[in-house]
Design a protein around this ligand. Sequence first.
Ligand SMILES: NC(=O)c1ccc[n+]([C@@H]2O[C@H](COP(=O)([O-])OP(=O)(O)OC[C@H]3O[C@@H](n4cnc5c(N)ncnc54)[C@H](OP(=O)(O)O)[C@@H]3O)[C@@H](O)[C@H]2O)c1
Length: 256
Amino acid sequence: MKLGFIGTGNITSDVINGIFRSDLKFKQIIISPRNQNKAKKLKKKFKKVIIAKNNQEVVNNSDWIFIGVLPMVASQILPNLIFRKNQTVISFVATLNLSNLKKKINCKVNLVRAIPMPPISLGLGPVVICPPNKKVKKFFNKVGTSIEIKNEKLSNNFWAISGTMASFYETLKNLSDWLVKKKTDRKKAQEYVTSLYFALAGLALKNSNKNMKKFVAGSQTPGGLNWQGVNQLRKAGYYKSLQNSLTDLLKRLNKS
Ligand SMILES: NC(=O)c1ccc[n+]([C@@H]2O[C@H](COP(=O)([O-])OP(=O)(O)OC[C@H]3O[C@@H](n4cnc5c(N)ncnc54)[C@H](OP(=O)(O)O)[C@@H]3O)[C@@H](O)[C@H]2O)c1
């Protein structure tokens, strides 16, 4: 199988790194020339990666084409590309829905939207795919963990959650910066914060059949440090703001 990527940016680089860590069998990966630096790095790192002259060459030489460009760029370039019937097109674009993608591609391809996230480069993390597609599910189960969502409207809820990645890292940054201000070496501070949160998430993941509220309750004793911390943030509207930001992300996604 030949895989092609249009838009050689951050998420494409992460997915390609993840593919090479996996035991997936494929003939070659052809990538578009932009971004030049990222494309060159990937070609240097992986023998099976080749750089196309342009986006159409990616389409012509691939069985599956992944779209990893920004929404505006996708809207501009897709109508000018000629796809073949029965090619599989997997769009990573957050704010272009299936119906808009279909119109822009204007060919009977097998179309899937997917949400890989950066840890896919390490073979970690969920990849939401919609609509369900057996082969694409099998593919992403080798690179990360596929989660099939039947209905696009429901899949937008997952896109909204994926839009909290930067705020999650902002939280880790705030905690690390605070330790650094208290005279801890930056590396040690970041290692402590990230390994603590990685472990806490790992424990919750192992027990994902349990309602999350059990973790909230089980991690605090009345009057204790965690009790004080969570209640102060609740009172300040911290979690309300988080819910509001999800509502607004979803509104934007449902309009796209
Ligand atoms: N990053 C994530 O974690 C993530 C997760 C899920 C989905 N997504 C989605 O994936 C898409 C890409 O995100 P990203 O974060 O990877 O963005 P990015 O790093 O900015 O990558 C976009 C790439 O598209 C290239 N490009 C621009 N114009 C092009 C054209 N006409 N033809 C071909 N390539 C062109 C850019 O090259 P230049 O640098 O030369 O302009 C850049 O390398 C977005 O739609 C986003 O919603 C991202």
